[in-house]
Design a binder for this molecule. Structure first.
Ligand code: ATP
Ligand code: MG
Length: 443
C-alpha cells in the first residue's frame, strides 16, 4: 500500500459513516470545542474534530482534549477568534482560548511533502527524519500524514458524520494499533512515533499490528537524536497518564526503555534478585492508583523512583570508597541527574525536589532529639516519607523505620515525645591524633 503524502492510493475513497450509525453525540463534546467547530463552519471553512478526541468518543471513553482540523490557514483562524495565539515552529498551530479551555486548531497538512524549492536532503535528515513539514493540504492528505489509523478519524460538524480514509474504524473495532503507510519509514520520519505506539497500546489496551510492531525492536536507537525536552514531554505522557505500569512493561518489551532511562535499564538488567524492578513497578503502580483517585502526582517523585536504583548503587560505591553518607548522596544525586538529562530533560523545578527526596532518605533514619520534629516541618517531608514507604514495601528499607514514621505523624505531642530517644551524648572533641599512614600490612 502506498499512501504517503502526495502519493495517495488511486482508490482513496473515504468511508463516511452517517450520524445514525455511529456513537458520537454532541452531548459528549465539550461546549468550547463545539463553539470553535461551529464558528469555523459558519465562516465557510471545513471544520472537523480530529485525532484522539474522535477515537476516544468512538470507544466510549472520555477524551483528554479536543483537537480541531480545518482548511482555514492559521492567520485566518486568528482573525476569527479573539483569544487566539499562533504557536509552534515546526508547524504553526492556533490555540483558541474559550473560557478556561484551549482548543488546538490545526490547518490540514500534507505529509512528508517538500516545501516548494526544497530538495529531499534539506527536508529529511540522513536517517529519514522529517525536519520540516509545514505544507498545507487537503482533508485527505491530512488523514494520511497522521500516525495510527485510529488517530486519523474525523467528525464533520457539517453533517455529524465520521470520515475514515485509512481503515481506522475497522482497526478501532478490532483493537488494533496500525501505523499508516510503511511503518519503518514512518518511524524514521519521527522516532517519537515508537513511543506513541507504546503509549496508545498501553492506554487503549490495543495490540500493535505485527507490521507496525517489528521495527520497534530495531529502531530504538533513533531516539538518541530526539531533543531531550521532547522526550521529557513524552515520558510525562507515558508515566503520568494513568497507564504507567503497562507503558513500562511495553517499553521494556520492545527494548525502548533504555533510550529513555539508560542508567535505570542498566541497573535493572544487572539485578538477579528482582527487587529493583519490583520497586519501579510498585512506584508506577502507585502513580496509576493516585491518578485514578484524583490525587496529585509529581514528575519529581516519579523520576526519584525511576532513578533510585542507579542512585543507590552509585551511593554504595562512593561510601565504599570512603565518602560519608550525606556526601555520597550529594555526589551520586548530582552524577545521576547530569547523566539522565542527556536522555530526557528534567527541568530544575523537578530535579531539585527529586534530589531532596533522595537526600531526605538518610535523614529519615535519624530519630533522636529534635531531628524528627524538624524533618516533619520540611516541605518535602511527605514525599520523602512516601518514598520510604515504597522502599520498605519491597524490603529495601526497614519496615520498622517506615512504621515508626507512620506512627510519629499520627500521634499527639506527648505520645510522640515517648517515641523519641534523647539525643546521643555528644562526644567530646579530641584533638585529631596524627595517624600512621596505612600500609599494606595494616590492611
Ligand atoms: P491523547 O489522548 O494523548 O491526546 P491524541 O491521539 O489526541 O492522544 P495528540 O498528541 O494529542 O494525540 O495528537 C493529536 C493527533 O495528531 C493524533 O491523534 C495524530 O493524529 C496526530 N499526531 C500527533 N503526533 C503525531 C506524530 N508524531 N506523527 C503523526 N501524527 C501525529
Ligand atoms: Mg490529543
Amino acid at each position: 500500500m502506498t499512501n504517503q503524502g502526495d502519493i495517495l492510493p488511486a482508490d482513496a475513497q473515504p468511508t463516511r459513516i452517517p450520524r445514525p450509525e455511529h456513537a458520537i453525540s454532541r452531548a459528549n463534546i465539550s461546549s468550547s470545542a463545539l463553539k470553535v467547530l461551529y464558528r469555523l463552519k459558519e465562516a465557510g471553512f471545513q471544520s472537523y474534530l480530529v485525532g484522539g478526541g474522535v477515537r476516544d468518543l468512538l470507544l466510549g471513553r472520555e477524551p483528554k482534549d479536543f483537537d480541531v482540523g480545518t482548511d482555514a490557514h492559521p492567520e485566518e483562524v486568528r482573525q476569527l477568534f479573539r483569544g487566539c495565539r499562533l504557536i509552534g515552529r515546526r508547524f504553526r498551530l492556533a490555540h483558541v482560548r474559550v473560557g478556561r479551555d484551549i482548543i488546538e486548531v490545526a490547518t490540514f497538512r500534507a505529509g512528508s511533502d517538500l516545501l516548494p524549492g526544497d530538495d529531499a536532503d534539506s527536508a529529511l535528515s540522513e536517517e529519514g527524519r522529517i525536519l520540516r513539514d509545514n505544507v498545507y493540504g487537503t482533508l485527505e492528505e491530512d488523514a494520511w500524514r497522521r500516525d495510527f489509523t485510529v488517530n486519523a478519524l474525523y467528525y464533520d460538524i457539517n453533517d455529524f458524520s465520521v470520515v475514515d480514509y485509512v481503515g481506522g474504524l475497522e482497526d478501532l473495532k478490532a483493537g488494533t494499533l496500525r501505523m499508516i503507510g510503511d511503518p519503518e519509514q514512518r518511524y524514521r520520519e519521527d522516532p517519537v512515533r515508537m513511543l506513541r505506539a507504546v503509549r496508545f497500546a498501553a492506554k487503549l489496551g490495543f495490540r500493535i499490528h505485527p507490521d507496525s510492531e517489528k521495527p520497534l525492536w530495531e529502531l530504538g536507537h533513533l531516539l538518541a537524536d530526539i531533543p531531550a525536552a521532547r522526550l521529557f514531554e513524552e515520558v510525562m505522557k507515558l508515566f503520568l497518564g494513568g497507564c504507567a505500569v503497562s507503558s513500562f512493561e511495553l517499553l521494556r518489551h520492545y527494548d525502548l526503555f533504555r533510550y529513555l532511562f539508560p542508567l535505570t535499564d542498566e541497573a535493572l538488567s544487572h539485578e538477579e534478585q528482582g527487587f529493583p524492578i519490583t520497586f519501579v513497578a510498585r512506584a508506577l503502580d502507585n502513580t496509576d492508583k493516585r491518578l485514578a483517585e484524583d490525587k496529585p502526582v509529581t514528575p519529581a517523585f516519579l523520576y526519584a523512583a525511576l532513578l533510585w536504583e542507579p542512585m543507590r548503587l552509585r551511593m554504595q560505591e562512593l561510601v565504599q570508597q570512603g565518602s560519608g553518607e550525606l556526601e555520597a548522596a550529594q555526589i551520586a544525586g548530582n552524577e545521576v541527574t547530569v547523566e539522565q538529562v542527556r536522555s530526557t530533560a528534567l527541568p530544575k523545578r523537578f530535579s531539585l525536589p527529586m534530589r531532596e527526596i533522595w537526600l531526605l532518605q538518610s535523614r529519615l533514619e535519624r530519630r533522636r532529639g529534635k531531628a524528627p520534629y524538624r524533618l516533619l516541618e520540611h516541605p518535602r517531608f511527605r514525599a520523602a516519607y512516601d518514598f520510604l514507604l515504597l522502599r520498605s514495601e519491597v524490603g529495601e528499607a526497614p519496615k520498622e523505620l517506615a512504621d515508626w514514621w507512620t506512627s510519629f505523624q499520627t500521634l499527639n505531642e506527648s505520645e510522640r515525645a515517648g517515641m523519641v530517644e534523647a539525643p546521643a551524648q555528644k562526644k567530646r572533641r579530641r584533638r585529631p591524633r596524627k595517624r600512621k599512614p596505612v600500609t599494606r600490612s595494616d590492611a
